[in-house]
Design a protein around this ligand. Structure first.
Ligand code: MOS
Length: 738
């Protein structure tokens, strides 16, 4: 791929639509006859619904239906759906059991949103209380082995002999790190508009990171053919993982729409966003390290648990990074889960890697301190030249270059070794760093491209743009392969009628869709060349195909640029409605010979007010080696966004539940503190160019999540360097620094 567009900082192709309000988000759909639903939630953490008094709600003005466990229709495929490992057990009111405070237990449908909300407030519920598990410390006694992801092998890895390794290395670290529960809180709340076109055909506008996945789950749950369901999600205001799997309110609105015979809309409130669409679970992680006096790791043991709901199976795979990040001969990792009376946790941006790197990269910093060694030097010494977990070569790895460039831009070599060495007035200054990494994966996708007689092109792939710039980079990939300018190419996404697109998750959307899009576009270009050389009326008639070049929607002779014609001229003359090409792609067997990972390094400066205990990040340099970067501008935004996400984890974000009743207390953005503008310093993002020939056909590694790994540790390490205080429990709030 040698097009001119790839890598360019092309402006967002959907930017104008967004800033002019013309991009239609899920909640902005108002199909004819649409009514509104409001969710009634449990007010106890555990128990069962004894009685729901609904008569007052039913009589309230504008109310069409009140659904409770007593009269909720049964989705025909519930049993088949529930058999799939790890899908959340959706609270779609099939029984009266309550597993957490805030669980949906009723749905009120009315002609306006306000009337639905009011009527929902009139439902009176009595419960039979059951003992709730609310205390993580007490529940620890009942820890169980962690389940595998989607029924896969449970997290954990062993190589060498960790006990022996712990004895060999005289310099030891043993510490426990805690990361709190976090809530995704994308700007756009979850929303669903369910429309039954007829009793057999469903159209669903839904905030989903993957329309095809959503359709598949719904087809299973409703026991319907997939072709009878259309899911649309053309624009998203963020997702971060909570819009990956299906949730109860989607199913409830679909069932309610059938009941009332009208389209039904549900939009979750900000409070409900904390209670029914997943969260990142609390982790408690123990890391043990041993090293030689020169800093060579001889043993690494990483164990611990994440919290889990009573009903579900999800583990935050925080040990994954310890398996592969450093060259250590003796490693054991294992994980457990501790069940509580909470809603189900789920994937949240860098699930596993974000909390895992906090523990591992903090422990490395503690080891460096004990060794009286520069923490960057310690990481260089233990650099893994090949993947130590699987013994495979890396598809490419430029971590040492990330360290070098980052350190230079940050001025790392001026860093004094001892903590509390830098000060400016009443501010203690600290410099910390950490390694970042995230696996580079890809899945299966298909695409379709069409050039039209007006000289424009339409390219289709049913993936999702979370707000990250996917429309833009896919347009660039397509335009390059079509030989057109990107202004003439229209990308269509977020509709299950389009060819199979990727889930915008796992940092794999771009790597998954791009080869299919490129394939479809290249096929169109090839056909256009063939048509031209075979056409007696074309100025290119008779040329060999290889002697025809394309640029800006025009075909021309390699030898004489003036000899040629535009795509529009060719199609118009031949009276073709369009020329169409299809592309498909899936991971190849030979890619498995290599381990694909993106790597990076964060360098952070913090200023801690000694009297107040407040820590502010004043400077960040991040270097990222993530294969081919398709758009330098959207990529930089992605990395900055991921870093800011990690700053929240480091300093402000924490989902707190009332210890008496399990209710989420930090249920709005006044109480759940995401970083705001004033919390975010200048972020210097540098990409280290990589030409990766093995990871996938376009050498793309993905950039959605890597920046959120390592950043919390870099901040904590900087705080230690500033203050001499090692904070092992996030977020680093001022009480911990007093
Ligand atoms: Mo992300 S947690 O892979 O949607």
């Amino acid at each position: 791929m040698n097009g001119k567009l790839i890598g360019n900082p092309v402006d967002r192709v959907d930017g104008r639509l967004k800033v002019t309000g013309k991009a239609t988000y899920t909640a902005e759909n108002h199909p004819e006859g649409m009514v509104y639903a409001a969710i009634v939630q449990s007010t106890v953490p555990r128990g069962s619904v004894l009685r729901m008094q609904t008569d007052e709600a039913e009589k309230a003005p504008g109310v069409l239906k009140v659904l409770t466990p007593r009269n909720m229709p049964k989705p025909a495929g519930l049993a088949q759906y529930s058999a799939i490992p790890m899908l959340p057990k959706l609270p779609v009111m099939q029984d009266s059991e309550v597993f957490y405070n805030g669980q949906p237990i009723g749905l009120v449908v009315a002609d306006t949103f306000e009337r639905a909300v009011h009527a929902a407030s009139l439902v009176r519920t009595t419960y039979v209380d059951k003992p709730a598990i609310l205390d993580l410390e007490k529940a620890r006694a009942n820890a169980q082995p962690a389940p595998g992801i989607f029924g896969g092998p449970p997290p954990g890895h062993t190589r060498g002999d960790v006990e022996a390794g712990l004895k060999t290395g005289p310099v030891r670290v043993e510490a426990t790190y805690v990361t709190p529960a976090e809530t995704h809180h994308p700007m756009e709340p979850h929303a669903t508009v369910a429309v039954w076109n007829d009793p057999e055909h469903l159209t669903l506008y839904d905030t989903t990171q993957g329309v095809h996945f959503s359709r598949q789950f719904l087809a299973l749950l409703l026991a319907m053919p997939q072709e009878n369901i259309r899911v649309l999600s053309p624009f998203l205001g963020g997702g971060f993982g909570c819009k990956g799997l299906p949730w109860g309110h989607v199913v409830m609105s679909v069932l309610a729409a059938k009941e009332v015979g009208r389209p039904v809309k549900v939009v979750l409130t900000r409070q409900q966003m904390s209670m029914m669409v997943g969260y990142r679970p609390t982790t408690v992680q123990k890391v043990e390290l041993a090293a030689s006096p020169k800093g060579q790791l001889t043993a690494l043991r990483h164990t611990g648990f994440s919290e889990l709901s009573e009903q579900d199976s999800f583990a935050e795979t925080f040990t994954a990074v310890s398996n592969m990040l450093y060259a250590c001969p003796n490693v054991t990792t294992s994980q457990q889960v501790v069940r509580l009376s909470t809603s189900t946790p789920t994937f949240m941006r860098a699930p596993g890697e974000a909390p895992g790197t906090f523990a591992l990269e903090s422990a490395l910093d503690e080891l460096a301190h004990q060794l009286k060694m520069d923490p960057l030097e310690l990481r260089r010494i233990n650099h893994a030249d090949k993947d130590p977990e699987h013994g495979r070569p890396w598809s490419s790895k430029s971590l040492l270059e990330c360290y070098r460039v980052g350190a230079e831009r940050f001025g790392w070599k001026k860093r004094p070794l001892a903590p509390r060495s830098l000060r400016e007035g009443d501010k203690l200054i600290g410099w910390g760093m950490a390694t970042a990494t995230f696996p580079a994966m890809r899945g299966q996708a298909a695409a379709l491209a069409r050039v039209l007689p007006d000289g424009t092109a339409v390219v289709q792939c049913g993936g999702a743009d979370l707000g990250t710039g996917a429309y833009t980079v896919f347009t660039q990939v397509a335009a390059d392969a079509l030989g057109m300018s990107h202004q003439k190419v229209r990308m269509e996404m977020g509709d299950s009628l389009l060819p199979l697109g990727p889930l915008a998750g796992g940092s794999m959307s771009t790597a998954t869709a791009s080869p299919a899009i490129q394939g479809a576009a290249a096929s169109v270009r090839e056909q256009l060349v063939k048509l031209a050389v075979a056409d007696k009326a074309s100025p290119l008639h008779g040329l060999a195909e290889k002697d025809v070049l394309t640029e800006d929607g025009r075909l021309f002779s390699r030898k004489d640029k003036s000899r040629g014609e535009t795509y529009a001229q060719l199609l118009t003359r031949q009276q073709l409605p369009h020329v169409e090409g299809k592309g498909e792609s899936a991971p190849k067997e030979e890619e498995k010979k290599y381990s694909g990972h993106a790597f990076g390094a964060h360098f952070v400066e913090v200023r801690v007010d000694e009297a107040l205990g407040t820590a502010r990040v004043s400077r960040i340099v991040s270097t990222m080696a993530a294969g081919r970067i398709l758009n330098a501008k959207t990529a930089r935004s992605q990395i900055s966004g991921g870093i800011i996400f990690g700053l929240g984890m480091a300093l402000t974000e924490e989902t707190l539940r009332d210890p008496r009743n399990g209710r989420v207390m930090t249920a709005d953005l006044a109480d759940y503190h995401v970083p705001v503008q004033a919390d975010v310093p200048n972020i210097d993002v540098q990409f280290i160019e990589e030409e990766d020939k093995f990871v996938n056909p376009l050498g793309i590694k993905g950039i959605g999540e890597i920046a959120t790994t390592g950043i919390a540790a870099a901040v904590a390490n900087a705080v230690f360097h500033a203050t001499g205080k090692r904070i092992r429990e996030l977020p680093i709030t001022l009480d911990k620094l007093m």
